[in-house]
Write a new protein. Structure first.
Length: 631
């Protein structure tokens, strides 16, 4: 952006109308000239390649249109003149797309600072005190393209039951676990998995105004930073969903209202439903209320039945006879409804063909070996009929049960399913019992304080993938690995082959997430673990974890001599300042080191895979060709 604005100022100097006597740009004069389509201004801009590319749109051969609004926004940007305002005031407000107050219209749009921006590459749970850098999509396309370009994968290993082994290829049937910044991983997944994901389940960092805040961005606009953080990820994840795919987002009360508006804007062609789940029946003490619930936002395609009905406990089902005893219920009323239901060990094992010959009169129950053939004949011997024809009854077998009587058997029909309710209350959703305590049983050294109940995640995902045994499930906030555990449990229940992709940036993916999921694998199950190939990310990790001042001094030298220092810094200006750096406190040293790093160069871009600077191994090159389909 600095280069763009510098070029623009130099061009405007060609017209004395736009510059003051002391060499300052007259912003208002330029602004007015642009909106009047001043021909001299337009020619100055059009004759420069970068300005023409930025502010003119070709609509036909030899016809290009000047984007007045975009040009006006650029010269009004805060980074252009120190005393100008940003596009939005620094608070969250509700406006429409034209900036009008919502009182004037029925449409609602969530507006917040940096809404049209991408967060700089350093979106980690760091504790350094720094302002986040936001790249505007209009002003900084080159930086954004570099940041979001597909990355190189490295250290690929297959985890199976009790063992690990290196791999150099990947197949569609493979489960995957990826370590790296989830925004960058999502962009790297698009080529292979665009339009293939059936269910995205995420439990993003909550953003409460308390010490429990897991979104550790130190920014003056914590809420708007969180919304930008979520917006960036939701927009790209939408591209991964199938046309019938569903997004599920777990969230608590602190950001649910704003998040739901954001989702409704991004997924405007979807239905958005908010489910309440009682996950803490003991309650969390607040100022006026004790909170027992959180939310799951379900985002489903409009006018398509994508959510499977809830399976009822047998005690909740209303049962009624399958025999039709009412009026017009005789055998002669529907000949194809008179056939035997075959029972073995008090379970339905099949159906016989309809008996159309009215001269054949079977008994109500006929035993043939260890099987019983049951006909719709009442206690008085009257030949009746079943409620459903032979060609239909097989499709409702799951809704039937056998009831033993004094004279034989009754077949009863009960609807075992009902539409999902918007409030889920069940002891199995208790995050303490089936989240924290369950995880402690798996890993006594687990550091996770508030993992989801395994059964909350199972029921959420199952509502989407129950009838799709090959479904692909994505979780790009993998945490302790509950989603991978849930997918495996669902597969165990019906012998399905659903797959998962789990993404997590933090180091605990190696010590907690991967071991947890490996520990519940069956003999024929596995997953591939891999990482984004790091450039500056290893510096970030070491700076954050270091408690040794002397090591921070060494890192200062390594970073200032690195080819990946921030483009905002001139190496010669900092390389000679080691004594000044050594005099800083540990905390301030960490802050300085983070500022030195180019956080757009955390990981190696796939386009640079053959650049010897990055020393990508031949094994990794083979794996990446397999992943991206470049073979």
């Amino acid at each position: 952006m600095t280069e763009l604005l510098g070029t623009l100022i130099e061009l405007l100097k060609k017209d004395e109308r736009f510059m003051s006597s002391d060499g300052e740009m007259l912003k208002n004069v330029v602004y007015e000239a642009a909106y009047k389509n001043d021909t001299k201004l337009l020619k100055i801009l059009y004759d420069n390649d970068s300005m023409r590319h930025k502010f003119f749109t070709k609509i036909e051969d030899e016809i290009e249109v000047f984007n007045t609004i975009e040009f006006g926004w650029v010269i009004s940007n805060k980074q252009f003149l120190p005393d100008s305002y940003t596009r939005f005031v620094n608070k969250i407000g509700l406006t429409d797309n034209n900036g009008n107050f919502i009182s004037k219209k029925d449409d609602v749009v969530l507006a917040f600072p940096h809404k049209d921006c991408i967060l700089e590459g350093g979106q980690t749970k760091e504790d350094q005190k720094k302002d986040e850098i936001f790249y505007n999509e209009v002003l900084a396309p080159d930086e954004i393209n570099t940041l979001l370009a597909p990355k190189v994968f490295t250290n690929a290993v297959r985890y199976s039951k009790g063992k690990k082994e290196k791999v150099v290829s990947i197949e569609d049937k493979d489960n995957i676990m990826i370590k790296g910044n989830n925004l960058l991983v999502l962009h790297s997944l698009v080529k292979r998995y665009k339009g293939k994901v059936k269910c995205i389940y995420i439990d993003p960092p909550y953003n409460p105004t308390s010490k429990a805040n897991t979104f550790q961005y130190n920014n003056n606009f914590n809420r708007s930073t969180w919304l930008t953080f979520m917006k960036n990820r939701l927009e790209i994840s939408k591209k991964l969903l199938q046309p019938t795919g569903v997004l599920i987002v777990a969230i608590d009360k602190n950001e649910q209202p704003r998040l739901q508006i954001l989702i409704e804007e991004i997924f405007s062609d979807y239905d958005v439903d908010c489910i309440t789940i009682v996950h803490n029946p003991r309650g969390t003490i607040g100022t006026n209320f004790s909170y027992t619930h959180e939310f799951a936002i379900f985002v489903t395609p409009k006018k398509i039945k994508t959510i499977q009905d809830c399976i009822l406990d047998e005690t909740e089902v209303d049962w009624s006879p399958l025999r039709n005893w009412g009026g017009e219920s005789l055998r002669t009323d529907a000949k194809n409804c008179f056939y035997p239901i075959i029972i073995k060990n008090e379970k339905i094992v099949g159906y016989g063909d309809p008996i159309f010959d009215l001269n054949i009169h079977p008994e109500q129950t006929e035993q043939k070996g260890d099987e019983y053939y049951v006909y719709p004949i009442d206690t008085k011997g009257v030949e009746r009929k079943w409620r459903y024809a032979r060609q239909t009854v097989e499709s409702i077998t799951k809704d039937l049960r056998v009831k033993k009587t004094k004279t034989g058997f009754d077949i009863e029909l009960g609807k075992r399913y009902e539409m999902q309710k918007t409030v889920w209350v069940d002891p199995k959703y208790d995050a303490s019992t089936n989240g924290t305590q369950l995880l402690k049983r798996i890993n006594p050294d687990s550091t996770f304080s508030y993992p989801k109940s395994l059964y909350t995640v199972i029921d959420c995902i199952d509502a989407v993938v129950r009838n799709d045994p090959l479904a692909l499930v994505l979780d790009f906030f993998a945490g302790s690995g509950t989603t991978g555990h849930a997918v495996t449990e669902i597969n165990d229940r019906d012998n399905g082959h659903r797959k998962f992709i789990l993404v997590e940036q933090m180091e605990y993916i190696k010590t907690e997430t991967a071991p947890r999921v490996q520990g519940i694998l069956k003999d024929d199950e596995s997953f591939i673990y891999c990482e984004l190939s790091e450039i500056n990310q290893h510096f970030v990790d070491e700076v954050q974890s270091s408690i040794d001042d002397s090591r921070l001094d060494e890192l200062y030298c390594e970073i200032t001599n690195s080819p990946f220092i921030s483009t905002k810094i001139k190496p010669k200006d900092v390389q000679s300042d080691i004594n000044d750096f050594s005099a800083l406190s540990t905390e301030n040293k960490k802050r300085i080191l983070m500022k030195l790093l180019d956080l757009n160069m955390l990981y190696v871009n796939k386009s640079d895979i053959d650049d010897e600077t990055y020393r990508i191994s031949e094994e990794d090159k083979v794996f990446n060709r397999s992943f991206y389909g470049d073979n």
